[in-house]
Ligand binder design. Structure first.
Ligand code: AR6
Length: 170
């Protein structure tokens, strides 16, 4: 049984087994959550990401997939990097966004993580409308069975995002 909790705040301040990063395909950093995670987690995360690019992910991490690295100096064991889709008004990419949550939880299970913090993937720089992003996140996590993850914690940066998630997490 997975409990879903909501927190308003900075995902890099969470104490959990795994922190999910809203990354990009390069795995080499960026703005938003990604920038904050690399800043606070320190260079060990980027070192792991570079190793992944030099081995399994030569062309980068495809949209909708997830991969784990060390969490460096963050208060977590792992960072799970996933690549959300860029919002499109003409092309329905919600399957890819759902896949980010599902694949991140699958990786969390492989690692043995029991507590996992997620940001609102794709709802920042990638432009996904927050209400729809919250709906997809909540529905996908609720449907993701079986999983041994005990707590999925959605960490929302601002009040608007928090309220959107509160509407969809019952
Ligand atoms: N803690 C929690 N949530 C945050 C934080 C934080 N420290 N910072 C931002 N958010 P974004 P995306 C919220 O842009 O849309 C990067 O450059 C933010 O308000 O981080 O998936 C990557 O490298 C928003 O609701 O991720 C990619 O190129 C949510 O987190 C690209 O951005 C996601 O915003 C990915 O864009």
């Amino acid at each position: 049984m997975t409990t879903i909790t909501l927190v308003q705040g900075d995902i890099t301040r969470q104490s959990v087994d795994a922190i999910v990063n809203a990354a990009n395909s390069s795995l080499l950093g960026g703005g938003g959550v990604d920038g904050a995670i690399h800043r606070r987690g320190g260079p060990a995360i980027l070192d792991d990401c570079r190793r992944l690019r030099a081995s399994h992910y030569g062309k980068g991490l495809p949209t909708g997939q997830a991969v784990a690295t060390t969490a460096g100096e963050l208060d977590a064991q792992w960072v799970i990097h996933t690549v959300g889709p860029v919002w499109s008004a003409t092309d329905d990419r919600s399957g890819q966004l759902a896949s980010c949550y599902r694949e991140s939880l699958r990786i969390a299970d492989e690692l043995g993580a029991r507590t996992v913090a997620f940001p609102a993937i794709s709802t920042g720089i990638y432009g996904w409308p927050i209400d729809d992003g919250a709906r997809i996140a909540a529905e996908t996590v609720r449907a993701a069975t079986p999983t041994a993850v005990e707590e999925v914690r959605f960490v929302l940066f601002d009040e608007r995002a928090y309220e959107a998630f509160a509407r969809h997490v019952h």
